[in-house]
Design a protein around this ligand. Structure first.
Ligand SMILES: Nc1ncnc2c1ncn2[C@@H]1O[C@H](COP(=O)(O)OP(=O)(O)OP(=O)(O)O)[C@@H](O)[C@H]1O
Length: 585
């Protein structure tokens, strides 16, 4: 948590003024019982009406000043706490953005969302409360005890007995409940994770009629959380009855001793009222202090969790090499040199000893069974993951040496999962190239076979896409993501199984259109369909992380059994002979 304090340094003034005004308010609060005592002893007892008015007025003034101090303190504390949380949120967000996919996979989306939302909110509330009460509450407890001693030492001895007892009860309960609160917080995180998974997978849940099972597992998690909260709540609920019994006992003792001492003439009624007020103030402040400690502990725990996320170092180091002038507009030379990739935490390598060259303007098809490493291979080009062995080179330079932003600017990637954002079609295509005018956007849409989709919308390019593109079909989403990659005229275009939702006719038209990009892009097409990559200049065949074949479609049919098997599984009809199949070819 210590390292997070740098985000609050800008609010040093507020961090000093907030507690200071609270202390000022506490000073006025401590004078009120004394003024009450004077009002009773010198005003009411002696029927001195002007004095009563004077003291009554003084009480009003004290209340007004106290209120002003309290509001001012609240203002400064809130400003510091909100500012702290805002800066922290920015820092965490920026840090998450800087992490590579390796660290993101390790941390998990749910955890990062919790750090960004509920943890930072907890830090904000804890800071706000601590700034207002950490000085004020102990100050009132000690101040009220001292005031009591100045009134009457013997009566105040009751304070000397009751305050430690009260402190033991209040802080004992606090110490018992604090670890439980931390468990509750941990469980709340788990429940958030379950909720998130449920909401993001709601369609699958319904498709597989798993609502009942999901409801049941959510109910179990929720019930467990409720039971834990009830348990902690019951112990915390003991705080009030126990402390009030003690305080009422002390009040009885105080009134008893006070009555005797009033009879003896050593104490006045006003002083007894003041002592009772001080006793109440002490109780209230001890309870507040315990709550402040609980909140602050939670705040520190959440702060530590945020800090550990901030301490995760990105394994992605930025390079300093730029693309040569003009090179960024031309198709790139891509080389894989004995490349291996082992994901962090995974036992074995997902890719091993991959070596090939993609000449500028070539189209490279990548095919292989599920989990054979196709996506992993193309993800190393824009450095989503770095090769653990060997090197990936673009135009002769290791990808790690390029400035990351520039490297990615020269690559257009269409991911397996078509993700679009809330906004118009134009805005979504602008993600690829913010400077593209409507003519360029329309050209990209035309190439991606998406023009007809836009033509079908009365608003044209202004048609509003909803979050995640949920008001579009899977195929329409894919076409827009392809257009988004094409509009930047990238030196390297990667299509990762991105035509899977297209019908065969549209897929064929798309492949034909991509054939016109030889002068601008080197293209990688990952696909499960041989028909999608058949025309590629070079096809890479992956099997269980190994490059088991490389060549043209015809060459591979001759000499790569894995490729042949895939091809046969897609084209060979039952009962078809080899000669018939070759005729089809
Ligand atoms: N982020 C990751 N962390 C750990 N292992 C991963 C990660 N991504 C992929 N893998 C593993 O790497 C291997 C190759 O996965 P990859 O996604 O590259 O295969 P693929 O050929 O693209 O599969 P598919 O055709 O199903 O998309 C798999 O065994 C997978 O479990």
């Amino acid at each position: 948590m210590k390292k997070l304090l740098k985000y609050i340094t800008e609010y040093q003034k507020e961090c000093i003024l907030g507690p200071l005004f609270k202390l000022l308010e506490a000073c006025f609060d401590l004078t009120v019982p004394m003024v009450m005592a004077w009002l009773i002893d010198r005003g009411i007892s002696q029927n001195n009406v002007p004095y009563i008015w004077k003291m009554g007025g003084l009480l009003l003034v004290l209340a007004a000043i106290g209120l002003t101090c309290s509001i001012t303190a609240q203002y400064f504390a809130a400003k510091a706490a909100v500012g702290f949380a805002t800066k922290l949120r920015h820092a965490v967000f920026e840090h998450i953005e800087s992490l590579s996919f390796t660290e993101m996979d390790e941390a998990g989306t749910s955890m990062m969302i919790t750090r960004m939302t509920s943890d930072i909110n907890q830090v904000q509330s804890g800071t706000n409360l601590a700034l207002r009460l950490f000085l004020r509450s102990p100050f009132i407890v000690f101040g009220a005890a001292i005031m009591a001693f100045t009134i009457d030492v013997k009566a105040a001895l009751i304070f000397a007995i009751v305050i430690p007892l009260l402190a033991i009860v209040v802080f004992g309960i606090m110490l018992m409940t604090m670890p439980m609160y931390q468990k509750v917080q941990g469980h709340l995180d788990r429940l958030l994770g379950v909720t998130r998974q449920n909401l993001s997978g709601v369609r699958v849940i319904r498709a597989f009629n798993k609502e009942q099972a999901e409801r049941e597992s959510f109910r179990q998690e929720n019930d467990l959380l409720t039971r834990m909260q009830l348990f902690v709540g019951r112990i915390s609920a003991l705080m009030n009855p126990v402390t009030y019994i003690m305080i009422n006992g002390a009040l009885v003792a105080l009134i008893w001793t006070g009555a005797v001492r009033i009879n003896m003439g050593t104490l006045t009624q006003g002083q007894i009222v003041a002592l009772i007020n001080y006793m109440s103030q002490i109780l209230v402040e001890l309870v507040k202090l315990a709550n402040t400690i609980i909140m602050t502990t939670k705040c520190v725990a959440c702060g530590n969790r945020i800090q550990s996320l901030l301490e995760v170092n990105s394994s992605l180091e930025d390079g300093n090499v730029s693309f040569e002038p003009g090179q960024d507009k031309k198709p790139a030379l891509v080389e894989f040199d004995h490349v291996a990739l082992a994901y962090k935490g995974a036992g074995e390598a997902s890719l091993e000893d991959i070596t090939f060259t993609a000449e500028p303007g070539q189209t490279i098809g990548i095919i292989g069974g599920t989990g054979s490493g196709k996506t992993s291979l193309v993800h190393m080009i824009p450095r989503f993951y770095d090769a653990t062995e060997g090197s990936v080179r673009i135009n002769g330079q290791d990808v790690k040496s390029y400035r990351l932003e520039e490297l990615r600017q020269n690559i257009g990637i269409v991911m397996q999962k078509a993700v679009l954002f809330h906004g118009s079609i134009r805005e979504n295509i602008h993600w690829g190239n913010p400077d593209a005018d409507d003519k360029q956007i329309n050209e990209a849409l035309e190439l991606a076979q998406a023009s007809e989709v836009v033509a079908g919308k009365p608003e044209g390019l202004d048609y509003e896409i909803e979050q995640g593109g949920r008001n579009l079909s899977g195929g329409q989403r894919q076409r827009f993501t392809i257009a988004r990659a094409l509009v930047r005229k990238p030196s390297i275009l990667i299509l990762d199984d991105s035509a899977s939702a297209l019908d065969f006719a549209t897929d064929a038209k798309l492949r034909k259109a991509l054939g016109t990009l030889k002068n601008t892009s080197t293209i990688f097409i990952v696909s499960q369909r041989t028909s999608s990559i058949q025309q590629a200049d070079k096809i890479l065949v992956l099997d269980d992380g190994q490059l088991v074949g490389m060549g043209t479609h015809e060459e591979l049919l001759e000499n790569c059994s894995v490729y042949k098997e895939i091809y046969d599984s897609q084209f060979k009809k039952p009962g078809e002979t080899k000669t018939q199949k070759e005729e089809v070819r």
